[in-house]
Write a protein that binds this ligand. Structure first.
Ligand code: KG4
Ligand code: ZN
Length: 347
């Protein structure tokens, strides 16, 4: 069975993992994630600092993943590495390291699209999270709604017109004086918040929406963000209002994500819905979605926080699929800041 070493350096996590398996029968042998805390000081990821930190940590992180997985580099059949999308300097550290290891040891390199990694992540923990399914991928940089007919056959139904869902959480966190990255802080604050005090309209959702409409599956969060900013500015006592504003924001954002996801599951008659990306850690999102999905006879699968946020196990998993299809890169492999997810078919 192929042994895959995964490497992920697209943003501010240096991660390596080893998986073992064929098809959907996969075992995760190890997963090491080193988060770069330094960006907290700046309130966001500083690309140059991220690249330098990856350079310092990549060797020990990969060595530790191999050790914990009980394997030697010589046993590895393929090295899967995130080559797009992300911060190009950060991506280049992983790509160059993977190519060097591959060249030195005669191991093939498999380029992986970061979002395809997120799409595969949940299947590492839930054996039923396999196609066909509807998936909502919500991270700091992307918001994508896809119909997954099979691995490698994706219909892109909707994406965000402006901010990504995670980005909206992070910006609202900043407005509320919470640390970066703010998603989980907004979630815990919202838990104490009165849901009736600040009601924001769920973006891009109207009763008159019908399949075939341009924005039937589309997302937009910048209007909601402005509404939150106005509420913060208009508050006479932000210490009193903070949790209720967080709650109102989260309720509106979740309502929009849930509504669009259910539209997709209904339209394509899917009985499985898979969440992925850092915002999939949000339990308000997964529980509201699970509750509403039951009404259409669908089950929701959400990854644990470790696999929802950036990690190399998901890159190894997507890489195994691409490896089994013989999709290997030459030594001219480059990193790309943006690139469409592979395997797109007409919606
Ligand atoms: O997938 P990810 O680790 O990195 C990217 O590829 O962007 O996602 C990070 C994003 C951040 O915006 C973070 O605030 C958000 O996921 N996030 C959350 C939660 N945990 C992480 N958003 C909402 N609720 C959470 N519990
Ligand atoms: Zn990600």
């Amino acid at each position: 069975m192929p042994l895959i070493l995964g490497i992920e350096t697209s943003c501010d996590e240096t991660s390596a993992a080893v998986i073992d398996g064929t098809g959907d029968n996969v075992e995760q042998r190890s997963l090491v994630i080193l988060s770069q805390d330094i960006h907290r000081v700046f309130g966001g990821v500083v690309p140059e600092i991220a690249s330098r930190a990856h350079l310092t940590s990549i060797v020990p992180v990969v060595e530790r993943a191999l050790n914990e997985g009980g394997v030697k580099l010589e046993d590895i059949d393929a090295i899967a590495v995130t080559s797009a999308p992300g911060l190009v300097g950060a991506l280049l550290v992983g790509v160059c390291y993977a190519k060097s290891l591959g060249f030195a040891k005669g191991i093939r390199v498999v380029p992986v699209h970061h979002m395809e990694g997120h799409l595969f992540a949940t299947s590492l923990e839930h054996e039923s999270a396999v196609p066909p399914f509807t998936t909502l991928l919500v991270s700091g940089g992307h918001t994508m709604l896809l119909d997954v007919e099979a691995w490698g056959r994706y219909r892109l139904l909707g994406a965000t017109r402006d901010d990504a869902a995670g980005e909206a959480f992070d910006k609202v966190a900043k407005m509320l004086g919470l640390p970066y990255p703010g998603g989980r802080h907004v979630e815990s604050l919202a838990r104490e918040g009165d849901p009736t005090r600040f009601r924001f309209k769920p973006p891009m959702v109207r009763r008159s929406d019908a399949p075939g409409d341009d924005d039937y599956y589309a997302f937009s969060f910048s209007g909601l963000k402005t509404a939150v900013l106005n509420a913060v500015r208009g508050s006479s006592d932000i210490d009193v209002d903070r949790s209720a504003i967080a709650r109102g924001f989260q309720d509106a954002l979740v309502a929009s994500l849930v509504e669009k996801t259910l539209r997709a599951a209904r339209e394509y008659s899917r009985t499985r819905i898979v969440l992925g990306g850092g915002v999939a850690c949000n339990t308000a999102l997964s529980s509201v979605l699970a509750e509403r999905a039951l009404q259409i006879g669908a089950n929701v699968f959400a990854p644990s926080p470790r696999l929802a946020t950036d990690n190399a196990a998901m890159i190894a998993r997507a890489g195994l699929f691409r490896h089994e299809r013989g999709e290997h890169a030459g030594f001219d492999l480059n990193a790309h800041a943006s690139q469409p997810i592979p395997g797109l078919i007409a919606a």
